[in-house]
Ligand binder design. Sequence first.
Ligand SMILES: [Zn+2]
Length: 201
Amino acid sequence: MKRNRWLPLLGISLLTLSLTPQISKAFDDNGSQSAQSIWRIGSFPVESFQGYTSAFGYRSSPTGGYSSEFHSGLDIASPVGGRIRAWWTGRVIEVSDNTACGTSVRVQSGSWVHVYCHMMGSVSRDSQGRYASDGESGLKVYEGQQIQAGQVIGRVGMTGRTTGPHLHWTLKYAGKLVDPALVLQAMYTAERQTGYISSQP
Ligand SMILES: [Zn+2]
């Protein structure tokens, strides 16, 4: 399986990036192997990449005025129905469909939590528990379920507070928000250093 599509990562350089010591430590703590091999494991979360539409951090309010708001994740545009892949191997700790995040899946991987918002479909319950379903293909992701990096966990939709189809991707390390662009940059750097990109176009 060709899990990673690295072309989108080239666009990440357009975002403002700064690796703080705290984030660097988070990267170093991510397992016992070298940073290079660790970061090669992650999967880019969107299969049909169309661009980065909103970066992490403070931005002026979409509704205008003087207020600015904090954007907790990275917005990745994609056509409705595009596959969303889990960034990292872990366990689904929550599925939800009643917040601004829309139909969403929250995954825990060690000290990391990754959240996928505005997905197609809704949350339901059956004898096995609560699950998010994309409502079309029959894909179900259950709370408590173990998932692999790169596994399809849903589809891009427009649920929750959004004006167009995109994945809002939030990352936390040890309870603190992390700019997903920094993580993608680390993944891209690791791939480049190990020659993966040039050998597998
Ligand atoms: Zn967003």
